[in-house]
Design a protein around this ligand. Sequence first.
Ligand code: SF4
Length: 114
Amino acid sequence: MTELICIGCPRGCHLKVDEENGYQVTGNNCPIGAEYGKNELTNPTRVLTTTVRISGGIHNCLPVRSSGPIKKALLMEAVRALKDVEVASPVKKGDVIVHNIVGSGQDMLASRDM
Ligand code: SF4
């Protein structure tokens, strides 16, 4: 049995995941918690939020986020790949900054106009 705190919303339900019974989840107050609990033990993922360099903008860094969850095992590789990325202003919120980051199947998108 593994105990987790659900990150699906601010309520922060305390979950128990039973690995020996098909990753059955208890303690969740909605289906999101059940899915999170199972995924966290079988295929943990996170949405990646970070910044890349930008030239010609009002700031030196542009906030970016992944278009969807990326496997946790790929997150550090993705962050390293983004260290070398520099874009030029203007950029619109939602613009694709990097397509299919480190082969994850997710794009890195601009989080704001700049
Ligand atoms: S189980 Fe549902 S209600 Fe509880 S923290 Fe997760 S998302 Fe929120």
